[in-house]
Design a binder for this molecule. Structure first.
Ligand code: HEM
Ligand code: CU
Length: 572
């Protein structure tokens, strides 16, 4: 057996699935939906990549392109990620509080509500595709006015949102229960991460809930006849930035609490991890205007405040990079690694759970740099609405989050099923296939964006390909996008094959067991100031910051009537 495999074999105690059956079941169900969304989303991804690069345009028409693009964005950015989060957090609270979710009925209820909502949304999107079904929802995953969808789309979104709120309530309820039995104890780290992320989600989703329930759903039902597009965009982006942390937090959760162990070591610092999650809770909402630098009707000053807050948000990401790399290096040295950089070769690169997380982290660093360009108010106008932007977020949500989620599943799915991972060889190559595919696609998208190629278009008629003008030409970038997209789709298929194979396997078949024990951090919870665990304080700080960032701009949008489509006059 290779080193990576024996690593997975060691130290197996009672399986999670037997210890906490409800949490295991909810996690399995959430993962099932999540991976299904990933599979469909990836197929749509290759269709649109080939279409818009002019490599293969036979599958869809250019009108249907926007249906496909909406499906791709919604299924991947909203459903793949957040169903995964719902599953991994259910596992994390049960594991770290050492008790099962309290009620099977309640947990299955919120899962069911999320699923019904998500299914309604998917139906509304693809109904338009089928033609005879009178649904239409080509509104993209950013769904603000003036684009309009069938009411089913908004109703489904609302149901799904309520499902996520109830999931949060389930985790908080378990924590409160634990607190009753553990008076003065510190919050276990994984639960700490779940709680801060959930509180952030409650604050952030208020914006999208108001957007959908007060404005877009009534508009699509014909109950009102106009909305203020600027207001709906603002409410969307109030939610639309923090949602990126909802994508990232499951990855951070894995990098802090699981990756160090996979590397053969321990987490470097518990206090740093807590500081990072508190910073995300308080800073991630008052930055939404950085998506609206180009919008008229919002005074420059408020955009500037958003930019400043955004740059502050780099801090928790740098802290994470430091902590993750320090923990990995510690692990490598425990395994006998030596030298300034040579220790990297001592890491378990053939363990797909480790390799996927590490490669995802590497790509996240690149995504962070292109994100700094997005965030700069002046330089943003260079890349605004170009292909640079999808280039950026396929590194962040499309790899840092997505590849980490896939990698962690290789370690976690066996624990919640009691089944051994199947097709280990496919799992081993999968992270590398994804990494190479994304390096090609994302790099070419960034370059194409700088050359002025727009995002969200089905019509790629720029230069045609010729062998004379190969390097640096738009057709060359398009070919790289198509080649990268092909590898990515293969990567997604490999992942789903491993998961479906494992799902269908009998318990006890195969070779791999999982060492589910997570060691204590080097600098442990006793080094963490107690104030970090004061959730009430951090929620108050977060709400005050939101009020400062959003109070005046929203007031001025409402002052001329909430449903008045005209933009308010802005003093320059
Ligand atoms: C957009 C391809 C995976 C999220 C796009 C676009 C392409 C693409 C070519 C740009 C379309 C345009 O602007 O006209 C792919 C391929 C994938 C993949 C081939 C892998 C099989 C992912 C993943 C995520 C994701 C894993 C997130 C978890 C998005 C989002 C958009 C997008 C949010 C923007 C949609 C919009 O502008 O409304 N994708 N992608 N993609 N992708 Fe992907
Ligand atoms: Cu943002």
């Amino acid at each position: 057996e290779s080193r990576a495999q024996s690593e997975l074999t060691a130290g197996n105690r009672v399986a999670f699935v037997d210890q906490y059956p409800t949490a295991a079941r909810v996690t399995r169900l959430c993962f099932g939906v999540s991976f299904t969304a990933l599979l469909i989303g990836a197929v749509l991804g290759i269709v649109q990549a080939l279409h818009r690069t002019n490599v293969f345009r036979g599958v869809i028409s250019s009108v249907d392109y926007y249906t496909v693009l909406t499906g791709h964005g919604v299924l991947l950015a909203l459903f793949f990620t957040i169903f995964f989060l719902s599953g991994v957090f259910s596992w994390g609270v049960a594991r770290s509080l050492d008790r099962d979710l309290l009620s099977r009925r309640f947990s299955l209820f919120w899962f069911g509500l999320q699923l019904v909502g998500a299914t309604a949304v998917a139906l509304a999107i693809f109904g338009g595709f089928v033609g005879e079904i009178p649904f239409e929802a080509d509104v993209l995953y950013t769904f603000y006015a003036p684009l309009q969808a069938h009411p089913l789309f908004y109703a489904g979104l609302a149901a799904w949102l309520v499902g996520t709120w109830l999931a949060g309530a389930d985790w908080i309820r378990l924590y409160v229960h634990w607190r009753r039995d553990n008076g003065g104890e510190r919050i276990p780290l994984q639960t700490f991460m779940v709680l801060t992320t959930t509180l952030m989600w409650y604050i952030a989703t208020i914006g999208v809930a108001v957007e959908v329930l007060v404005f877009l759903l009534p508009l699509s039902l014909g109950l009102i006849d106009s909305v203020d597009p600027l207001l709906t965009r603002t409410l969307f982006w109030y939610f639309g930035h923090p949602v990126v942390y909802f994508w990232l937090m499951p990855a951070y959760f894995a990098w802090y609490t699981i990756l160090p162990k996979l590397a053969g070591g321990r987490l470097f610092s518990d206090p740093l991890a807590r500081v990072v999650f508190v910073l995300f809770l308080i800073l991630s909402t008052p930055v939404g205007f950085h998506h609206q630098y180009a919008d008229p009707g919002i005074a420059e000053g408020f955009k500037f405040v958003a930019m400043t807050n955004t740059m502050f948000l780099l801090l928790p990401s740098f802290l994470t990079a430091f902590t993750a790399v320090a923990s990995i290096e510690y692990g490598a040295r425990q395994r006998g690694g030596k030298g300034y950089l040579r220790w990297m070769t001592a890491l378990p690169w053939s363990n797909p759970a480790f390799a996927g997380c590490a490669l995802a982290g590497l790509m996240f660093a690149a995504g962070g740099f292109s994100g700094i360009v997005n965030a700069g108010m002046n330089i943003n106008s260079l890349i605004h609405n170009t292909l640079w932007v999808p280039g950026h977020f396929h590194l962040t949500v499309g790899t840092a989050s997505a590849l980490t989620m896939m990698a962690i599943s290789y370690w976690l799915y066996p624990q919640v099923t009691g089944k051994r991972l199947q097709f280990y060889g496919l799992a081993q190559i999968q992270p590398y296939v994804w990494f190479i595919g994304m390096a090609l696609m994302s790099n070419a998208m960034h370059r194409a964006g700088l050359a002025g190629v727009p995002r969200r278009t089905a019509e790629p008629q720029y230069q045609q390909f010729s062998f004379e003008a190969v390097f640096g030409s738009v057709p060359e970038m398009r070919l790289q996008i198509a080649a990268g997209a092909l590898l990515l789709t293969i990567g997604a298929l490999l992942f789903v094959t491993v998961m479906v194979g494992t799902w269908l396997a009998e318990r006890g078949r195969g070779r791999l067991r999982v060492d589910s024990h997570l060691p204590e951090p080097i600098s442990g919870v006793s080094d963490s100031p107690r104030v970090l665990d004061n959730m009430k304080l951090w929620v108050v700080v977060a709400v005050v910051l939101v009020a400062i960032a959003y109070g005046f701009p929203i007031y001025s949008m409402l002052a001329d009537g909430a449903f008045n489509p005209a933009a308010p006059p802005v003093p320059v």
